[in-house]
Design a protein around this ligand. Structure first.
Ligand SMILES: [Zn+2]
Length: 291
């Protein structure tokens, strides 16, 4: 695991870009005196006493997603189980983060933005809004606590759709990456609203190229294929049809159909090879290089 020692020399103040010095309670900015507390093996660049109420489903109560959000929140704390469930429900057909990082030698600095509890590789620095196991830096990724052109690679899987201002994060990615540094992004495409805690955007290939100003897309394709899209949207349609207006029954059906229909998703290993599968894929991946 990357841990605190690995990030100590890399981090700086996200407000004034000044260096941070270690104190007993955490890291203090040499310029603005802001203190970023350390708890266990994590540095908090957001207030650690502030719970993510949205993750707990409290402020999104009116939507009636409580059951699914609670299930997600519990399952995400068991990383292997979460990854297993995800692979069963939606087989990944694109280039994976594990394959992406093979191009980086061990001396390179690679960050996983919005990592959750996923550990792609023990040398990668995990960053998330929630202090999941394996996360070293706890922050909102609107600003990144790293110096300009200090990072070799970035991973950002299924995160951009949840950012209210993705342009701010892209600007930060461009700022911290070295020229020639690469960013690996996975985003859903043909997928209904999904919480976690909120869902804002979808991108086509052209939309992502617009978002990635200052980058050159070097590779892209389906991450999950069109069958996952059909199963996901079809399962939601059946759940609406069979729940007679009940929010709870709707959520129970959603989980039921996700597993009942999941064997069909294996067809994507064939269908997603079609050159036009990107037009109706459940999700897309992009590798972009900073110009
Ligand atoms: Zn500062």
């Amino acid at each position: 695991m990357a841990g605190l020692q690995a990030v100590e020399d890399l981090i700086n103040c996200p407000y004034c870009q000044a260096r941070l010095k270690r104190q007993s309670a955490g890291f203090c900015c040499e310029l603005c005196d802001r203190l970023y507390p350390v708890q266990g093996d994590k540095i908090f660049f957001r207030d650690p006493s502030k719970d993510n109420k949205l993750i707990n489903g409290e402020t999104d109560y009116h939507r009636g997603d409580n059951l699914i959000l609670k299930l997600k929140s519990i399952v995400k704390r068991k990383p292997e189980f979460f990854i297993f469930l995800y692979k069963v429900a939606a087989p990944f057909v694109g280039l994976t983060a594990e394959q992406f990082i093979k191009k980086f030698t061990s001396d390179k600095v690679v960050l996983n933005l919005g990592s959750g509890s996923k550990i792609v590789n023990s040398s990668i620095i995990n960053i998330d809004y929630d202090p999941f196991p394996g996360v070293s830096i706890v922050t909102d990724i609107k600003t990144l606590p790293f110096a300009d052109t200090s990072i070799d690679g970035l991973i950002c899987e299924s995160v951009f759709e949840h950012l209210p201002s993705p342009v701010s994060t892209i600007n930060e990615c461009r700022r911290v990456l070295k020229p020639g540094g690469q960013l690996y992004i996975v985003t859903p495409f043909m997928l209904g609203y999904h919480a976690s805690p909120r869902d804002y955007y979808r991108w086509t290939e052209y939309g992502m190229a617009e978002l990635l100003q200052g980058f050159k897309i070097v590779e892209s394709g389906p991450a999950w294929g069109p069958t996952v899209a059909v199963v996901s949207i079809g399962g939601a349609w059946l759940s609406l049809f069979l729940s007679f207006g009940s929010k709870t029954l709707y959520q129970v059906w959603l989980v039921f159909f996700m597993f009942l229909l999941s064997p069909l998703t294996r067809l994507d290993h064939l269908i997603a090879r079609h050159v036009r599968a990107v037009d109706n894929a459940h999700g897309l991946y992009f590798i972009a290089e900073k110009i």
